[in-house]
Design a protein around this ligand. Sequence first.
Ligand SMILES: [Zn+2]
Length: 97
Amino acid sequence: MKTPLEVRNDAATRALMLCWPAGETQRVDHARLRAACPCAACRRVRLDGAASEAVADVTLIAIEPMGYGVQLAFSDGHARGIYPWPYLEQLGRDEAR
Ligand SMILES: [Zn+2]
């Protein structure tokens, strides 16, 4: 599995920065990360077709390394999502489009 060399919270642009070994840098918006939270509760909400509420102003406040990814805590108090590296890479790719 590809593991980033560095994971950084860029508070100024409200984005998570991922620096990959190949030299590629990806950025993923905080709001996008929150909306894509992979925890069971959020996944169920999305499956039900309901959009996550009020995520536009949400910011990332903490990054907890989990080995295979990171657990992210957000300003709305939600901190249950564990984002594996491939999932973050995918989010970063979508954002670049
Ligand atoms: Zn969640």
